[in-house]
Design a protein around this ligand. Structure first.
Ligand code: KG4
Ligand code: ZN
Length: 346
């Protein structure tokens, strides 16, 4: 098979990652997470770009070494072209374009969220369309109906904050370090969610499928509700004793909203197969609640934590799909901070 060995590169946020994929098998994979952002409580775009630049050569070399290959053995390159932080994206895109030029190989611009959609299929051959996908990351929250690879119907999305962004902001309010998702999940296990009843945004009884907010989501109000409650609790000098309860209550509202919206999409489409993707899909409470609400009907797909978070293997996998269809980047393609999801149909 031509172009069988693909190098995938991911630098859209704060992970520098490269993977070598051959016919669906990961031969080498390095993921380097930038830790310095902890000092500032969130990702600092300029720092992220510089850190990618400092390590990208070594990260690619590490993946090649693990695969036991030289760079010239690569048949094609795939790189996250967007959406993401523009300076960070540019590091990967410039590296990939330069290497493709030097090696005379095709390079495929990959949409970061489509890459997340492909991640579970790296571990489970059954994780292919049709499925309803809930994609939940630090920058995006989408519900899609994937009828085939490359053929997606956008059913719902957040109108403001992404789910991961809400986790990170609430963690900050509770005095927890970045990234907040894993911190909140851990703390929530010790908390009682019923002590702080938070709203389920855009989720009400009596909504019907024609309503514009039936499948859309909104998390900025939930974050504001947590913020108001934290202010009260701090005023009463009880943050220490309430922190775990606040984390549990926030997570319950978030998970209930995400799962309810996804189950509505399952009902509307009649498609019982559900796929979870993106960094927030690592969350056990989300996975368990989704499985519980499916009630044994249909299948639930998600990747292992390593492949759910940002990584180069999912980028290589998405690139391999686009390559098969002959979709390679033209000479001028560049990074785009806001890149539309590919393959959307009405
Ligand atoms: O997909 P990802 O690695 O990067 C982006 O594309 O944004 O997702 C990162 C997001 C962060 O907001 C992080 O807090 C969240 O995923 N996250 C989690 C968990 N692990 C990571 N959220 C909830 N529970 C987790 N266990
Ligand atoms: Zn991501």
């Amino acid at each position: 098979m031509r172009r069988a060995t693909v190098l995938g590169l991911e630098t859209s946020c704060d992970e520098t990652s490269a993977a070598i994929l051959r016919r669906g098998e990961i031969l080498g994979h390095v993921i380097l997470s930038q830790d310095e952002h902890r000092l500032y409580g969130g990702v600092v775009p300029e720092l992220a770009a510089r850190a990618h630049l400092a390590v990208i050569d070594d990260v690619v070399q590490g993946a090649l070494d693990e695969a036991g290959l030289e760079l010239h053995a690569v048949d094609a390159l795939g790189v996250t072209a967007g959406p993401g932080l523009i300076g960070a994206l540019l590091v990967g895109v410039c590296w990939a374009r330069a290497a493709a030029f030097a090696l005379d190989r095709p390079v495929v611009p990959v949409h970061h969220m489509e890459a997340h959609l492909f991640a579970p299929s790296l571990e489970d051959p059954q994780a292919h369309p049709p499925f309803v996908a809930l994609l939940v990351s630090g920058g995006h929250t989408l519900i899609l109906h994937a009828r085939q690879w490359g053929d997606y119907q956008l059913l719902g999305q957040t109108r403001d904050d992404a789910a991961g962004e809400a986790y990170d902001k609430v963690a900050k309010l509770l005095g927890l370090p970045y990234p907040g998702g894993p911190q909140i999940e851990r703390l929530a296990r010790e908390g009682d969610p019923s002590r702080h009843p938070f709203p389920r945004p855009m989720l009400r009884g009596g909504q019907s499928p024609g309503d514009p907010d039936y499948l859309d989501m909104s998390f900025s109000g939930l974050k504001t509700a947590v913020s108001a409650r934290v202010t009260e609790v701090v005023r009463e000098d009880r943050l220490e004793e309430e922190r775990a309860h606040l984390a549990a209550a926030f997570q319950e509202a978030m998970v209930d909203t995400l799962v309810s919206k996804t189950m509505r999409a399952v009902e509307i489409t009649g498609c019982p197969r559900v796929l979870l993707g993106g960094g927030v899909s690592v969350n056990q409470a989300l996975r368990l609640e989704m499985a519980r609400r499916q009630g044994g009907e249909g299948r639930l797909f998600h990747a292992s934590p390593r492949l759910s978070l940002d990584n180069g293997a999912m980028v290589a996998r998405a690139a391999a799909f686009r390559l098969e269809r002959g979709e390679v980047g033209d000479a001028e393609f560049s990074a785009q901070a806001a890149l539309p999801f590919p393959g959307l149909v009405e």
